[in-house]
Design a protein around this ligand. Structure first.
Ligand SMILES: CC(C)(COP(=O)(O)OP(=O)(O)OC[C@H]1O[C@@H](n2cnc3c(N)ncnc32)[C@H](O)[C@@H]1OP(=O)(O)O)[C@@H](O)C(=O)NCCC(=O)NCCS
Length: 170
């Protein structure tokens, strides 16, 4: 999948993206809003390992957001299994230098369009930490609905938090 827009290109990651990915991912303001398996500090080897891992999957499910030729963020889906294989979680992060310019909203819209038109997946969902208003806004602008608040569903930075569960059905 490659989608070229005026402000960004959405494309498969390659190993040459590792430096730029590590530079932009190494940010506590990103880590505070993602799962704990996301490395912090985030070094070049973390990017190499991730890129190697995602590019060996049978179908490519992770893409980078390239701005001016540099990989400055990522978006990916995690298809579920068994009877839930028609659903996928969507996840994303963007380098802080690029926040609040409407980028991720457009990226999510592109991914939704791609997934619903090119895969068997008919439902996307995203659980968002209670403090992550920017991500909730992205999902809302991209057409997702908040269908539940999962109370005390996660622990981040030693604090029990709610997860705001969003979904979009094809
Ligand atoms: C969430 C994230 C991807 C958003 O990317 P982005 O390109 O800045 O998003 P957009 O510019 O498309 O939209 C952001 C919206 O949130 C709003 N916003 C940002 N911070 C806000 C805050 N503290 N309070 C209220 N609204 C806020 C912006 O104003 C904008 O809404 P608007 O268009 O109505 O003005 C980015 O902040 C990020 O990478 N965060 C860390 C990782 C993360 O949260 N990943 C998602 C985990 S669920």
């Amino acid at each position: 999948m490659k989608i070229e827009r005026e402000k960004y290109i959405l494309r498969q990651l390659n190993i040459n993206d590792a430096d730029s990915i590590a530079k932009h991912a190494n940010n506590i303001n990103i880590w505070n809003n993602v799962r704990d398996y996301f490395p912090h500090p985030y070094v070049k080897q973390n990017a190499i390992d991730f890129i190697t891992f995602v590019n060996q999957k049978e179908s490519i499910e992770d893409f980078t957001i390239a701005v001016d030729g540099n990989a400055v963020g990522m978006v990916g889906i995690v298809p579920q299994t068994d009877v839930e294989r028609v659903s996928a979680e969507i996840g994303y992060w963007l380098g802080e230098d690029y926040w609040n310019k409407g980028l991720m909203t457009n990226v999510v819209l592109d991914v939704v369009d791609y997934v619903f038109n090119n895969t068997p997946i008919i439902r996307l969902f995203a659980p968002v930490f209670e403090h992550n208003i920017a991500s909730m806004r992205v999902l809302e602008k991209a057409g997702f609905q908040k269908i539940a608040v999962l109370r005390n569903a996660a622990i981040k930075n030693n604090k029990i938090i709610d997860m705001h569960y969003h979904e979009l059905v094809k």
